[in-house]
Design a protein around this ligand. Structure first.
Ligand code: ZN
Length: 261
C-alpha cells in the first residue's frame, strides 16, 4: 500500500487556530456563479478501521455528502460488509467510486502513476475493467461509474479506455492534462487537506488557506481527503470546516454521483 501514515507538517504543528482563519474566508457568494458547489473526495478507501469510521461519522453528523474512492484490489466481501455497516445509515450521503486497481506505482522514475505510459493500453484497460467488475460485484448498484486515478494522474490512453468502457466521469487535480474526453467530464479537486508536501508547517497552513480561498471563489470546489493521514488536529479542522460550510448560504454540498446525474 502507498498510503502510509505520514502526516503533513501543517497538522503536526498546528501553530495557529485554523478555525479562526476559516471565519475570514470569503463568502462563496462572491464567486462569479453566485453559488459554490462543493464536494469532498476521500481516497484510498477499502480497509475498514477506526479512522474510516470516524471520518464517516463526521460527515454524517454534519449531513455533508462524501465521495469515497475504493481501491478494488483491497476490497473483499468481508471488508465491504464492514464499510457498509459503518455507512449503512443515510445511504444518500455516500457516493462510491473507483480508485486505481491496486494503487501501485508503475513509473520507473519521476512522478508516480498507475495509469501512465509505462504500461500498454491493454494493461490499463484491463485494470479499469477488472476494477469495475470487482467493485460492481461487491458494491452493486450503489457503485458510480466514476474513476479517480491514483496521484490524480493518468495518460491519454487511460482517458480513451474510460470513454470506451462507459465511465461517466473522472476526478483529478484542477488543470490536469491531458484534457478529459467528451462525455467523461473531470470534476477536479482543488484543495488538498492531508497530503501536503510543505516541510514547514506555516507554509503549509498558508498554502492550504490560499487553496481554500481560491476554491470557494470558483463555481465548483473539490476537497481531497486521506483519512489514514489524519490526526486530532486534522479531524478538528475538518469538523469546523464542515460545520462552517453546511451553514453557509450559496453553498451546495454534493457527492460526485449528484454531479454525474
Ligand atoms: Zn490514492
Amino acid at each position: 500500500m502507498t498510503t502510509g501514515g505520514k502526516i503533513s507538517s501543517l497538522w503536526l504543528n498546528p501553530t495557529v487556530a485554523m478555525g479562526e482563519e476559516l471565519r475570514r474566508l470569503p463568502e462563496p457568494l462572491s464567486s462569479p456563479a453566485g453559488e459554490c458547489t462543493i464536494f469532498f473526495r476521500a481516497d484510498d478507501v477499502g480497509v475498514p478501521g477506526y479512522q474510516f469510521a470516524r471520518l464517516v461519522d463526521l460527515f454524517r453528523r454534519h449531513r455533508v455528502p462524501l465521495t469515497l474512492a475504493l481501491v478494488p484490489a483491497w476490497l473483499t466481501a468481508r471488508r465491504w460488509r464492514r464499510l457498509r455497516e459503518i455507512s449503512r445509515r443515510d445511504p444518500a450521503l455516500w457516493g462510491w467510486v473507483q480508485h486505481g486497481w491496486r494503487h501501485r506505482n508503475h513509473a520507473p522514475q519521476g512522478k508516480k502513476d498507475e495509469f501512465g505510459p509505462a504500461r500498454s493500453y491493454g494493461e490499463k484497460r484491463r485494470d479499469l475493467l477488472r476494477g469495475f467488475e470487482r467493485l460492481s460485484s461487491l458494491v452493486g448498484a450503489e457503485l458510480l461509474p466514476v474513476f479517480v486515478p491514483p496521484w490524480n494522474r493518468c495518460d491519454e490512453e487511460t482517458l480513451t479506455a474510460l470513454g470506451d468502457l462507459g465511465f461517466k466521469a473522472l476526478s483529478r487535480n484542477l488543470g490536469a492534462r491531458p484534457a478529459a474526453p467528451q462525455g467523461v467530464p473531470d470534476y477536479p479537486v482543488t484543495v488538498d487537506l492531508h497530503t501536503r508536501k510543505e516541510e514547514d508547517s506555516e507554509k503549509g497552513r498558508l498554502a492550504l488557506l490560499k487553496e481554500l480561498s481560491e476554491g470557494l471563489s470558483r463555481p465548483l470546489c473539490g476537497f481531497m481527503i486521506h483519512h489514514q493521514r489524519m490526526n486530532e488536529a486534522a479531524f478538528a479542522f475538518l469538523d469546523l470546516l464542515l460545520r462552517g460550510l453546511s451553514r453557509r448560504r450559496g453553498v451546495r454540498l454534493v457527492h460526485l454521483g449528484d454531479l454525474v446525474r
